[in-house]
Design a protein around this ligand. Structure first.
Ligand code: UDP
Length: 327
């Protein structure tokens, strides 16, 4: 079996990727420091505790498993936190990724699939975001991911490190079998928060800003189901296996939904009213982030099949009710 080193395999997206990789016949080797991940989420291959900034440990893991490729998910990913603590993002995300790339090159592992983000685009109001759109991030999270993209391009030129970069829009939903799902401590993402509010685990969901220049005044995001997203990663891996050139792909559906529309969908799925408070804007939030690209569909053959709001929130709700790691 082919080993794939999955950094952040104990996290939300990484754990879903491990399940999909295992189903596709690969052995996902999780490398995670458990700072935001859960050991209970590592169910589909070996687990190795370690930090991206620990080069000796990385060298040991590359030697032990001889992975054919790296899927690099491990990162801090909260926009608000990145505005308050940018140093954390430059250290963990950028310096950590540099270390990982150097270890991969030293081990002769020259294929890497990277989790990037639409936050690298920044605010482009009413502009369709495709892979050629200017990258002008407005938060440190986006800046850190853009820097890693730049590093990948330099490492390819110097060392032949081929890569697929996926720029995610907003990832939501959960494994339909509820074996893994989204669970952060503390939680900051809208779908788990709105479900917490729907079932009374939280008093209310606070809407961050109702004065944006959008139809209902709240931010617009393009939501993609985590299972669709990780399917694209397996296609990205095959793209590299087929010796195709390094490539950047947006992963979104091209449809934008406002915060209020997400709340309404959650109310419908759960059959309850969601208590809501209207709050101030959150620093670093873009008004609208919607993908305007079909490159992943056309070139990778990616077909999102679960990415309706109802399906994403329905799967997240099932997980929310049955599957938390702390139950
Ligand atoms: N949001 C909100 N209240 C919350 C959490 C998020 O109104 O308690 C909004 C946030 O301002 C953004 C959208 O929901 O417009 C998605 O935020 P999330 O943190 O889930 O993802 P991000 O867009 O930061 O990657």
């Amino acid at each position: 079996m082919t080993n794939i080193l999955v950094t952040g395999g104990a996290g939300y997206i990484g754990s879903h990727a491990c399940k999909t990789l295992a189903e596709a016949g690969y052995t996902p080797v999780t490398y995670d420091n458990l700072c935001t991940g859960w050991q209970e989420a590592v169910q589909f291959g070996p687990f190795e505790l370690g930090d991206l900034t620990d080069r000796d440990r990385l060298d040991q893991i590359f030697a032990a498993y001889q992975p054919a490729a790296v899927m690099h998910f491990a990162a801090l990913s909260q926009v608000g936190e990145s505005m308050r603590e940018p140093g954390l993002y430059w250290h963990n995300n950028v310096a950590g990724s540099l270390n990982l790339m150097q270890a991969a090159v030293a081990a002769g592992c020259l294929n890497l699939v990277f989790s990037s983000t639409c936050a690298t685009y920044g605010d482009h109001d009413n502009v369709v975001l495709n892979e050629a759109s200017a990258q002008q991030p407005i938060n440190a999270y986006g800046s850190s991911k853009r820097a890693i993209e730049d590093m990948l391009r330099d490492f390819e030129i110097a060392f032949g490190l081929r890569h697929v970069i996926f720029r995610y829009f907003n990832v939501a939903g959960a494994d339909p079998d509820a074996e893994v799902g989204e669970f952060h401590q503390p939680e900051t993402h809208i779908v788990p928060l709105v479900l917490d509010a729907a079932c009374g685990k939280r008093d209310a969901l606070t809407i961050f800003g109702t004065d944006y220049d959008t139809s209902d005044g709240t931010c617009i995001r393009d939501y993609v189901h985590v299972c669709d997203l990780v399917e694209a990663h397996v296609l990205g891996l095959k793209w590299l296996e087929d010796d195709k050139r390094s490539r950047v792909f947006n992963l979104g559906t091209g449809k934008g939904f406002s915060v209020r529309e997400v709340i309404d969908a959650a109310a419908m799925v759960t059959g309850t009213e969601v208590p809501v408070l209207e709050g101030a804007r959150r620093a670093g939030d873009c008004t609208r982030l919607v993908s305007g690209s079909t490159r992943a569909e056309e070139e990778l053959g990616w077909t999102p099949t679960r990415s309706t709001l109802e399906q994403m929130i329905g799967d997240a709700w099932r997980w929310h009710q049955t599957g938390h790691y702390d139950k």
